[in-house]
Design a protein around this ligand. Sequence first.
Ligand code: NAD
Ligand code: UGA
Length: 462
Amino acid sequence: MKINSICCLGAGYVGGPTMAMIASKCPHIQVTVADMNAQRVDAWNSDVLPVYEPGLDAVVASARGRNLHFTTEIRAAVAAADLIFVSVGTPTKSYGIGAGRAADLRYVESAARLIAEVSHGHKIIVEKSTIPVKTASAIKAILAANSSSEATFDVLSNPEFLAEGTAVADLENPDRILIGGELTPGGNAAVEALVSIYAQWIPRQRILTTNLWSSELSKLVANAFLAQRISSINSISALCEATGADVDEVASAIGMDSRIGPKFLKASVGFGGSCFQKDILNLVYLCESFGLPHVAEYWRQVVHLNDWQKSRFVEKIVRTLFNTVNNKRIAVLGFAFKKDTNDTRESPAIYVCRDLLREHAHLAIYDPRVSPDAIRNDLAHVGVSPELIATNVEISTNPYAAAAGAHALVTLTEWDEFRTLDLPRIYDLMLKPAFVFDGRAVLSNESLTALGFESFVIGKGQ
Ligand code: NAD
Ligand code: UGA
């Protein structure tokens, strides 16, 4: 099976960068990314891409117009393709059965129905979105029931493991590529066709092939294990604060054990991002559906601990500021869910800011990449009233403007530029006592103390 033409449904954080990398590494394949969101497609075709990722501009520029195309002509793009990646959103369902836990598969289903409608001949359909185990069966059933008699399909699972902020490096040099397929001659040939695309730049031994269900499930399990490590270290951050231990020292000490490893042990105000919480809840729902309540409860705790970490941080701020933040200016540094991205989905900053606003604080928020509109929209989505946003939320253009006249400064994203802040200048600008709540441990605790700040750093005992 030779692949000459690829279509990707969904020009989001995954579809755009992933297809740009494939197009740049496989100049002989035409790659078209199709999305009904015209604004997003226009942005992909412009100089200001809709996704901020270090290095992405160059990858897109290397292929766009040559063999990389972004379009809203979804039907034509699907009809022309030999292989179709489905990279649409799979948010947590907010209504009906499984609300708050199950994955909402409506975009996946509509993509499958559209593919069935416009397809002739043979096509390989690749699940790139993160979906519940067994979704490939549903896709196959929809394709079979809605396509013309001469259309045939193979369905593969090929989950994406890139992290935002490092997407280009992750795509260029992934730990592994996972491809699941049916163990039939047709399934094997389809798997081999997809393997041969990745093999253009990834060593074969890092391309893992499995059955469909192992591949689908591995994606949820990988995210669950990663998030579990963060909740584990965050639980210990609270114990460190209570005992005088230092969570970074504890993380280094345990991380040197090669069985534990050093990565993903950075204590924080909580994990965010569009996927960890959604995918764990999805796993919880699957376990419940398969009659495994103990397993479901085990994983649910990872999310509970994360919620607690965010709320205890807010409580710490309010209690330290003499039990009231009413009308007090608080400088908030960072709104993105992690550094090097403009993505704010499920960012802990949203919830921390919401809860401070409920206490009637006046927030001056600075983030180097997140737009003022995005910040205001995010706060509105979690129930902050338009009036409160208008009167109590100020968007600052730099950290010093945010800190001027503030009672407290709070860090919520680990942007590198916060590590080199002019702390004496900040101190002079703030009201006294000048309180700092470092939710990402990006500021030097020694410098803060030496300068006279009253500081609280997540996971650092006094
Ligand atoms: P996103 O919301 O940024 O993008 C999804 C896009 O799909 C949207 O632009 C939407 O308009 C489009 N879309 C919906 N239905 C469509 C259809 N029928 N045809 C064409 N386009 C359609 O989402 P994302 O962050 O790119 O995530 C996509 C999937 O990848 C999710 O399942 C997510 O869990 C998974 N994932 C995300 C990341 C990440 O870092 N964001 C990493 C790994 C996996
Ligand atoms: C995560 C996974 O790392 C990817 O492998 C996966 O593909 C992706 O989810 C997905 O499925 O969407 P991402 O959410 O982009 O990637 O970013 P991470 O680097 O995993 O960070 C997630 C959150 O955890 C951030 O808020 C980050 O600040 C926080 N974090 C991370 C910590 O608090 N401590 C750490 O040690 C690491």
